[in-house]
Design a protein. Structure first.
Lengths: 274, 312
């Protein structure tokens, strides 16, 4: 016992940021250690969107209203949908953490209080980045190509991760507001209609006009359209304002969502003490 | 802060959840290096008090100082000086025991090397060295509790909070936790322990605060609390339960009957007089007793007496 004394660790102003970074990294490592403990689950998590891609690319196929090569249209759509579905993974993980006492221990320790959420974000973003690389590799294997050079390629991945980042904070907020296993299940079901009410798989041109309008304004459609442009893949077409300004919306939508849900989630986390 | 200063000072603490007053004018002072028990039924406010003292919950009113720092204005300092063993295991069940302790060490800012060394030290001390790499989910209840306790001791805390530390443990697990707590106290740590088990408070605590409806209704050593129920008691166990009422009428003062155990129990003032008087009265009435005994009241009796007094 005597080896470590309770010398107070009130860090100097400069080192406070240092500790915040160190604590966040420790929390990120915690998630990485979780993956190492359940490799099967990680692999299944990576393979599920691949399976979806193959299923839509080869079994269901066609792509209603899509001109040209459907698989070239589908791959950016599935990448977008995978990012959006990350919401449920984040919500599930945060819900599980809050349901156990371990968050109480974090909150009763002299660590940076934001590190819990930062660690979650970094880990989820890392997992999503790996997921994107796996998906693009599989897409490449089934004949999908990008035609606009590496800068555009990286720009497309950036837009996809930006969407994921917005979904991350929505997921954290939902877990804070309604973090029960029942609610997680409800959200896991609800992301499907939201995901499919986009141009990820089918073109709005094939839909009734009112539905097509909803679909074109879906944040997923904006990201998918912008990513298709950057990859040089065939787009969904359409002459609405939303379709014409997909690049702008692909940035504005996620930024707006983060602007709303990031402060809400952080406030919720702080208010755990009320 | 010197050793003489109290480890915990609480004055007029209030906490409401909507309309419900969880804590309502809670006062308590805990001396440094002592074990303070908080004893009370479910919903009395014990856990709320612990969560406020350990900075997990913000108070609505009153003053709370722990290890020399105010929990509201200097929470970071409080957190550096306390350990908390909550009701739910506050460890990451997916990780191994060593991974947990190392992670908590890093979050206590020990640095990577010292965090690892401290993890090994604590695992050895709590008999978990062999289970260090096993996922905590596979631990027994007692092992999990010991790991949780180890995690509360990463830095030697000045004040350790134990919220119902043995709830749900079998007798062996309970004994293990008790031993660990005793050795900590020998090391000079102030311990605040909540419990529903009177025996646990009696065994471990120097002083006991009885909590009811969000306030402290009695405070003192176990002996002091026991003596407040009216002192010693005499128990008369009969062969024939049918005679309970007759015996009850013979005994003076406040009398309690226990049909299952065929026992009548009464508070007594003078031990010897009560014993001889009872023997004579039973003989005169021709009633056969299986056993007659004088004893101090149990803490259970003291507890019922004290909380009943508060409700009235």
């Amino acid at each position: 016992m005597s080896a470590i004394h309770d010398t107070d660790t009130a860090p100097a102003a400069g080192s406070r940021l240092g500790w915040a970074v160190a604590d966040s990294w420790t929390m990120t490592r915690r998630e990485l250690a979780h993956w190492a403990r359940r490799p099967a689950q990680v692999v299944v998590g990576l393979l599920f969107p691949v399976m979806m891609l193959l299923m839509f690319g080869f079994l269901i196929g066609g792509g209603r209203g899509v001109d040209g090569d459907f698989r070239a249209y589908l791959v950016p759509g599935m990448l977008t949908m995978t990012m959006a579905f990350g919401l449920e993974a984040t919500m599930l993980a945060v819900t599980q953490d809050l349901g156990k006492g371990v968050v109480d221990r974090f909150r009763s320790m002299p660590m940076n209080s934001g590190a819990v959420l930062v660690g979650r974000s970094v880990a989820d973003m890392l997992q999503s980045a790996v997921g994107l690389l796996v998906m693009t590799a599989v897409g490449y294997a089934v004949g999908w190509r990008w035609h606009e050079g590496y800068a555009s390629f990286l720009g497309a991945l950036g837009l996809l991760l930006l969407l994921r980042f917005a979904m991350l904070w929505i997921g954290i907020h939902l877990a804070m507001v309604a973090g029960t296993p029942d609610m997680v299940q409800a959200v896991q079901i609800l992301v499907w209609p939201v995901g499919f009410l986009s141009n990820a798989i089918a073109s709005p041109a094939s839909m009734p006009p009112w539905l097509g309008a909803v679909v074109e304004w879906n944040p997923l459609s904006a990201t998918a359209t912008a990513v298709r442009g950057l990859f040089g893949n065939p787009g969904a077409g359409g002459d609405s304002w939303a379709a014409a300004h997909a690049g702008l919306l692909a940035v504005a939508w996620p930024v707006a969502l983060v602007a709303v849900f990031f402060p809400l989630a952080v406030k919720r986390f702080r208010d755990l003490g009320r | 802060m010197t050793d003489r200063d109290p480890a915990i000072v609480i004055e007029g603490l209030c906490k409401r959840y909507g309309e419900k007053r969880a804590l309502d004018g809670f006062d308590l002072t805990v001396g440094a290096g002592t074990v303070q028990g908080l004893l009370g039924p479910n919903g009395a406010g014990k856990t709320t008090a612990v969560r406020i003292m350990s900075t997990l919950l913000r108070p609505d009113g009153g003053r709370v100082e722990v290890a020399g720092a105010d929990v509201r204005t200097r929470a970071a300092e409080v957190r550096a000086r306390i350990g908390l063993l909550g009701q739910n295991a506050a460890v990451d069940e997916e990780l191994g025991g060593r991974q947990n302790l190392e992670m908590f060490g890093r979050l206590h800012h020990l640095g990577a090397r010292r965090a690892g060394a401290r993890a090994d030290e604590l695992l050895a001390r709590f008999g978990l060295a062999d289970a260090g790499s096993k996922a905590v989910a596979k631990y027994s209840g007692g092992m999990r509790r010991r790991l949780d306790l180890a995690a509360s001791l990463i830095r030697r805390p000045r004040v350790l909070f134990l919220d119902e530390p043995t709830t749900g443990l079998d007798p062996r697990g309970r004994a293990e936790v008790w031993d660990a707590v005793r050795s900590l106290v020998d090391g000079g740590t102030t311990v605040l322990l909540t419990t529903q088990y009177l025996e646990e408070a009696d065994q471990l605590a120097d002083r006991i605060a009885v909590i009811d409806r969000g306030r402290v209704v009695a405070e003192g050593t176990a002996d002091e609390l026991k003596s407040r129920t009216g002192g010693d008691r005499i128990d008369v166990v009969l062969r024939d339960a049918a005679q309970l009422a007759r015996v009850a009428a013979l005994l003076p003062g406040e009398v309690r009957m226990d049909e299952d155990r065929r026992m009548v129990s009464a508070a007594v003032a003078d031990r010897t007089a009560a014993l001889t008087g009872t023997v004579r009265a039973l003989a005169a009435a021709g009633i056969e007793a299986e056993d007659i005994a004088l004893r101090r009241p149990t803490l259970d009796e003291a507890f019922l007496h004290l909380t009943k007094g508060a409700a009235a």
